[in-house]
Design a protein around this ligand. Structure first.
Ligand code: ZN
Length: 508
């Protein structure tokens, strides 16, 4: 077998995963509730089929042939990278016993209901036994995957390879040092007016405006579509069919608009992947088994946050588009200035709910989760003590009192499905977004000039050139080094937040 044979075989893995993505998109947008049980089985079957094809004898023979064939190619050539990634993915999946995976999947199916009941009743003790088993399974997973320093490293590897517990600890300490003074100062400062965001905004008009703005920044709807869901998401079935959703609240307009800009940022990453990588491992995450071209969950989040926060919540954006939004909702915003609107969509207020958190306070929700997860996994925190630890961290970081478990430790669905180690990608995405945006605008003054004139093409072209086109060819850290000349660096992010919020809240 040859390199061509490897490309053909991995292409079929990609087909299985994309078929699963279509079923998953349908389940989250169109499917009636009754379909849930069989759909879960169908998705599990496709995932197992993809994993088994990846680890098949046929694949291993193809890999050996391909290795010989690409032996002389540069280490970072697409061909050499494909071969290396397939080898790494097979080794990863073969380290995890299928019996362990089966236990995790089975528990995930039942734990979801238990979690939902516990949340409904705001009673953590209902969920605690299932979570204890889930933590044990994750500890077994970490042992199977292997790690040097901390079991949490092994769990993060699946979503954010290269991230370590030690690295996160240093990063979080620097973020806290830079951000806590801002949060404290804002708590004392005068709040910008924002009551106009809660007026009547017709649902159809919101969807039209959200889609128009997503297209305006560069989301290609000839290769995509926008639907409505409870939880917004983006999913790609190759670069030529990349779909997004947003959520709509008739009496809180920012949700639909910023949800769409965020997901459009994710979508433009996938739409920008080199067409030559379609169906190859450079557009397939063979470790986490998702058919995506983005190189890590954090890298993906950097693109969504960049478009949502650095573009969509900028002064320039609302200087340019205030007339558009007034036209979209006739009469609704006549008493609101550009500046007032800009301040309102950037107001910061500590809350105990992650998905409602603003740009400044969001990372505290993430730090809290990562720190508690790591302690659960290394055994320094017992599940029974989790609610108390959660509430104490909330008070310490954001100064808020958590009213009950439903609004605290039970708010996220992630742990019920056994996902531990995913949360860090949000904060890594925020840091990367600021690092990329500051480099793009500092090195190319024309990019900011274009943004000031509502021309988003130069920024989009830069991001396609530096990030999207490469798919999974370069690691997250290689992408950052190539684009900005240095590894993950929190300083541009802290500067961005300090400048922006000092201005909005007139801090000294
Ligand atoms: Zn996102």
């Amino acid at each position: 077998m040859s390199y061509a044979g490897l490309i053909e075989a991995t292409g079929r893995v990609n087909d299985f995963l994309n078929a699963g993505s279509v079923l998953s998109w349908d389940a989250r947008t169109m499917m009636p509730k009754g379909g849930a049980e069989t759909r879960a089985k169908q998705l599990a079957t496709l995932a197992v089929a993809a994993r088994n094809l990846l680890c098949s004898d046929e694949m291993k023979r193809a890999l050996e042939g391909a290795e010989a064939e690409v032996a002389g190619k540069p280490e970072d050539s697409p061909e050499a990278r494909i071969v290396a990634q397939v080898r790494e993915a097979i080794a990863y999946h073969e380290r995890i016993p299928t019996e362990l995976l089966r236990r995790k999947t089975e528990l995930g199916a039942s734990a979801h209901e238990v979690w939902a009941e516990a949340r409904e009743k705001a009673d953590f003790s209902i969920f605690a036994p299932a979570l204890t088993t889930m933590v044990d399974i994750n500890r077994e997973m970490a042992q199977a995957i292997g790690f040097d320093a901390h079991p949490y490293d092994a769990l993060m590897y699946r979503f954010e390879p290269g991230t370590t517990h030690a690295g996160l600890t240093t990063l979080f300490a620097r973020l806290r040092e830079g951000m806590i003074p801002l949060v404290r100062a804002i708590a004392e400062a005068e709040k910008p007016r924002s009551e106009f965001l809660f007026r009547d905004y017709p649902v159809d008009a919101q969807m039209d405006f959200a889609l128009n703005m997503a297209k305006r920044i560069g989301y290609d709807t000839d290769r995509g579509r926008l639907d409505t869901t409870v939880h917004p998401f983006e999913v790609s079935f190759t670069r030529n069919d990349v779909r997004i959703t947003t959520r709509v609240n008739k009496n809180y307009m920012p949700m639909s608009l910023f949800g769409a800009l965020h997901e459009a940022g994710h979508a433009m990453y996938e739409q920008g992947v080199d067409p030559a990588y379609t169906r190859t491992p450079l557009a397939t995450d063979l470790i986490s088994l998702y058919a995506v071209g983005g190189v890590s969950f954090g890298a993906h989040e950097s693109q969504s946050r960049l478009w949502e926060n650095h573009v969509g919540r900028s002064h320039a954006f609302w200087a340019n588009h205030m007339s558009d939004i007034r036209a979209a909702y006739p009469g609704t915003l006549d008493d609101v200035s550009d500046e007032e609107f800009y301040r309102a969509v950037n107001r910061s207020e500590p809350s105990f709910i992650r998905v409602e958190a603003d740009e400044l306070t969001y990372d505290f929700h993430i730090m809290l989760r990562c720190e508690l997860e790591a302690k659960l996994v290394d055994g320094s925190l017992e599940v029974a003590d989790l609610p108390e630890a959660w509430n104490a961290a909330m008070k310490d970081y954001l100064g808020v009192d958590v009213p009950d478990d439903a609004n605290g430790v039970l708010q996220d669905v992630h742990w019920s499905s056994g996902q531990i180690g995913t949360f860090c990608n949000y904060t890594i995405g925020n840091i990367m977004a600021a690092q990329l945006f500051s480099t793009a605008t500092a090195e190319n003054p024309g990019i900011q000039t274009a943004l000031d004139g509502a021309d988003y093409t130069p920024l989009r072209d830069w991001l396609t050139d530096k990030v999207a086109q490469h798919g999974r060819r370069f690691s997250r850290d290689e992408l950052l080094e190539n684009a900005t000349g240095r590894p993950l660096d929190p300083e541009p992010y802290i500067t961005h937040l300090t400048d922006k919020f000092s201005d909005i809240y007139a801090l000294a």
